[in-house]
Design a protein around this ligand. Structure first.
Ligand code: PLP
Length: 432
């Protein structure tokens, strides 16, 4: 029995994996990972895999980064955790200050949570509660068609990907959808804004907030749209007193070519949720940023009972905060975003040859996210799974979303590694 098989057998005895039909693992082996370094993951037989998806989009500087590791180790011997109600600590204070400076101007308050879905829940509750504190009842949320905001009940409610949502529909809170721009053109952005205005004209006074994934809908099959839509949406929402929540959980921290995707639209949202890249993939941490206007609507004497009621046991965990601080230091230490732009251009150039393949429908890119949409397959064919398996057999972790093969590599990927990643995907698609 090789080293991998033993740990896989032990795993399947006890572990129920996320987003998985467990029966698949009768024929599809789990990949046990022993260690990581840079863009590479290594299994227990020392086979290496280029992590082309930054392990569900979190490891933006790859695995076992020296700087982040050393900062977390330092923190580990100082203070591992303390509650954040009535107490505070340096990593949280320093991180909050950095984030206020880093995010679009006007996002001056930092509320901690511990995973992306929770940060979305916080934003939804805060927005609803803000209106309530102002004497308004707005029990409805608005989101974009095809959106994804996480899988806890509130976050799932504002999502619109059928795969995740359909089964749980009877449990969800009230949310309606407005059309996402259909492609990356300015015209599509304008059309979608007209649709938004129409909904708000009719129901604006019932709606607390519009939540969007700025520029790229990740789990919604890497659908992309023009920044103009965000600019227009912000103006329209303001007109109807509806908050704009920018869910930057995936797009934040340089992924789309700017530190935050909203910057490309010149917009400061009322709420911004961040997680994923925030700690460089080291520890679970999430944050909901908001404005002084929102903060002040909760600020009053205790007996007015307007305080925001939300907490998690691990709120603002010091180890996670230290990982986030170290991650931000890596952005400060070199021109990460400038280098990403060069790598993005190189990736796009390399993807041109995919257009010649008869089963390729479209190539899309926003910053360090590139997607190849395939055509001519039914869902039953599970084409993504075939690409996934081909990738693993050839040392690249690709994890297509349905018939979308995408690349979201760690920013430290080298040009040679980009070649290997893309050439492997090309061969996988060509051989389908
Ligand atoms: C991943 C993701 C979430 C959910 O974050 P979790 O940490 O997985 O709960 C929410 N919104 C977007 C845009 C995401 O990509």
């Amino acid at each position: 029995m090789n080293n991998n098989t033993q740990i896989v057998t032990e795993d399947l005895k006890n572990i129920w994996h996320p987003c998985t039909q467990m029966k698949d693992h009768e024929s599809l082996p789990l990949i046990p990972i022993n260690r990581g370094k840079g863009v590479y993951l290594y299994d227990f037989n020392d086979n290496s895999y280029i992590d082309a998806i930054s392990s569900w989009w979190v490891n933006i500087f790859g695995h076992v980064n020296e700087h982040i590791s050393s900062k977390v180790k330092e923190q580990l011997d100082t203070l591992e955790h303390v509650l954040l109600a009535g107490f505070t600590h340096k990593p949280a204070v320093n991180l909050a200050e950095k984030l206020v400076n880093l995010t679009p101007k006007g996002l001056d308050k930092v509320f901690f949570a511990d995973n992306g879905s929770s940060a979305v829940e916080v934003a939804l509750k805060m927005s609803f509660h803000y209106h309530r504190n102002k004497g308004e009842n707005r029990p409805l949320f608005l989101s974009l068609s095809n959106s994804y905001h996480g899988e806890t009940i509130g976050a799932l409610s504002v999502g619109d990907v059928e795969l995740y949502k359909e089964t749980y529909a009877p449990l969800l809170i009230s949310c309606i959808q407005t059309p996402v721009p259909k492609d990356q053109s300015e015209d599509a952005a304008k059309d979608a804004a007209v649709g938004l205005e129409k909904i708000l004209e009719e129901r604006g006074s019932e709606i607390s907030a519009l939540i969007i994934e700025p520029l790229v809908q990740g789990a919604g099959y890497m659908h992309m749209y023009h920044p103009l839509y965000i600019t227009l949406a912000k103006d329209i929402c303001s007109k109807y007193g509806v908050h704009l929540i920018a869910d930057e959980i995936m797009t934040g921290f340089g992924r789309t070519g700017t530190m935050f995707a909203c910057e490309q639209a010149g917009v400061t949202p009322d709420f911004m949720t961040i997680s994923k890249g925030l700690t460089g993939g080291y520890l679970p941490l999430a944050i909901t940023m908001t404005t002084l206007d929102v903060y002040n609507a909760f600020y009053c004497d205790y007996n007015e009972y307007k305080a925001f009621l939300h907490s998690h046991s691990y709120t603002g965990n010091p180890l996670a905060c230290s990982a986030a601080l170290a991650t931000i230091e890596l952005f400060e230490a070199s021109d990460v975003i400038g280098d990403n732009r060069k790598k993005s251009a190189y990736i796009l150039e390399k993807l041109q040859k995919f257009k010649e393949l008869p089963n390729v429908k479209e190539i899309r890119q926003t910053g360090m996210i590139a997607a190849v949409e395939l055509k001519g397959y039914t869902a039953e064919e599970r084409i993504g799974l075939k690409v996934y398996q081909y990738g693993l057999d050839n040392g690249v972790l690709l994890r297509p979303l349905g018939h979308i093969v995408y690349f979201m590599p760690p920013y430290i990927i080298t040009y040679d590694q980009i070649d290997k990643m893309i050439d492997t995907a090309y061969e996988a698609i060509r051989g389908l």
